[in-house]
Unconditional design. Structure first.
Length: 451
């Protein structure tokens, strides 16, 4: 897990044009869910293109702990022999999720309505993140919880012997909270309803339907999404092809836009409408981005993304776009550093409770590298196009997206950019450095790590 690995400082320097056709790792959201739903189905689910990151492998271990058999095949795919909904075994030991916020929150939902006890731990970053947003609705369904103050990890739960279905209005834009309640509702008799005032990524709903759950999505008179799930279905195994993660694709996309002369293709990327906010925003900023070869696989649209270096300009990013790109704001801030004028990003309060206080971490990283910015409680304004960008060291706070974003900054900056720990990148993008080297980028280890 990332919390047991020694820090590995990395430095990026101005590169020549980035070129080539690449593939980014499999989508993390779909990878987590493929393992979970496969474990809850009866029979064998096969997942190809699964993201082999620390986060996802932690979810695989959690599903093994309750009885699923998960094995990597010779062709690189994963075979998941499920135990079936309602048949989870009680874990023999604590479940360590490392840095995986999605993994731990969704797994709490699954376990919370099974008659088992489990204890969850994580690394220093995950242990600071709020779990009450998931634990509170689980308590209403009958789950017993013992956690650190503020509902933080470590946390122990005892699943309800007879779970209570519920109607739950999600108080914030969070696909994790929505998904945790739906997953809890799987093993509750009757109908569980989730009302979502602000739409978020809908992978859980799509994949539940694919596995045979009785689930419907409608829009009420107030314009809210209403998701109804009938409990205790028999989930049927599936063959799942995991497309490229659009959050990971954001890093080479922004790099190609800001490094002069670049021309790349990012192949086989997930294009779910709730995940493409970054691409929409970069196009509005003047980015030369085209999507070709669109197709549908497993109910999800995928395609290839063509990107060429572009002259960007600052814009105001609509606040209601935040849920569709909340993980991409750090790398958007890097793009904004090279855009002419101001880029204003409102509606960012959710960034305060990510792997780090991501909003503060981005602002401090920009300031350390001579990029003017103004941070408020829920907004960030970046003034781009200034001289002498780079030269600083960025504190990552064990946050993989902070590390990767500022390494992208260094590829186009006037001076090298250093991040204090690149080891955390394995959380979501294990081949990050190699991929950029293949395109012509320069990212190297520093200090004793370079020996």
């Amino acid at each position: 897990m990332s919390h047991s690995v020694s820090p590995s400082p990395l430095r990026s320097t101005a590169s020549g044009p980035l070129k080539g056709a690449i593939r980014v790792p499999g989508d993390k959201s779909i990878s987590h869910r493929a393992l979970m739903f496969g474990a809850l189905a009866v029979g064998r689910t096969t997942a190809t293109g699964l993201l082999e990151s620390e986060d996802v492998l932690a979810t695989a271990d959690a599903m093994r702990a309750v009885g699923a058999i998960i094995e990597k095949q010779q062709d690189g795919s994963y075979a998941i022999d499920g135990v079936g909904l309602g048949n989870l075994l009680e874990p023999e030991s604590v479940i360590d999720f490392g840095n995986a916020g999605t993994g731990v929150r969704l797994t709490m939902g699954i376990f919370g309505t099974h008659d088992i006890a489990a204890t969850f731990v994580g690394d220093a970053s995950l242990s600071k993140r709020p779990m009450g947003r998931v634990l509170n609705p689980l308590r209403e369904m009958g789950t017993s919880v013992i956690a650190r103050s503020g509902d933080r990890l470590p946390a122990s739960i005892r699943g309800a012997k007879q779970a209570l279905p519920m109607t739950y209005r999600v108080p914030m834009a969070s696909a994790q909270v929505k998904s945790a309640v739906l997953l809890a509702g799987l093993n509750a008799p009757g109908e569980t309803t989730v009302i979502e005032p602000i739409p978020t990524r809908d992978h859980t709903e799509k994949m539940l339907a694919g596995f045979g759950a009785d689930i419907s999505v409608t829009i009420n008179e107030a314009g809210e999404r209403v998701i109804k799930l009938q409990g205790q279905p028999e989930l049927k195994p599936q063959d799942i092809e995991v497309p490229g993660d659009p959050s990971s694709a954001g890093f080479p996309i922004v790099a190609a836009l800001i490094v002069p002369g670049s021309d790349i293709t990012v192949e086989n990327v997930l294009l779910n409408e709730h995940r493409t906010g970054l691409i929409t925003t970069l196009v509005e900023m003047g980015g030369d981005i085209q999507i070709v070869n669109k197709r549908v696989s497993g109910g999800e649209e995928i395609g290839d993304i063509l990107v060429k270096a572009s002259r960007l300009h600052g814009i105001t990013v609509p606040a209601d776009r935040a849920p569709s790109m909340i993980d991409e704001y750090p790398v958007l801030a890097v793009a904004a550093a090279f855009a002419q004028g101001d880029t204003f990003m409102p509606g960012l309060e959710e960034l305060r409770v990510k792997e780090s206080d991501r909003l503060a971490a981005v602002a401090r990283g920009l300031e350390a590298n001579n990029v003017p910015c103004v941070e408020t409680e829920d907004t960030l304004t970046v003034t781009g196009g200034t001289n002498n960008i780079g030269g600083g060291t960025v504190t990552t706070h064990l946050d993989h997206r902070i590390a990767m974003s500022f390494l992208i900054l260094g590829l186009a900056a006037h001076n090298p950019v250093t991040v204090d720990d690149g080891a955390v990148i394995a959380t979501s993008f294990p081949n990050f450095i190699n991929l950029f080297e293949e395109m012509g980028g320069t990212i190297t280890k520093t200090g004793s790590e370079a020996a």
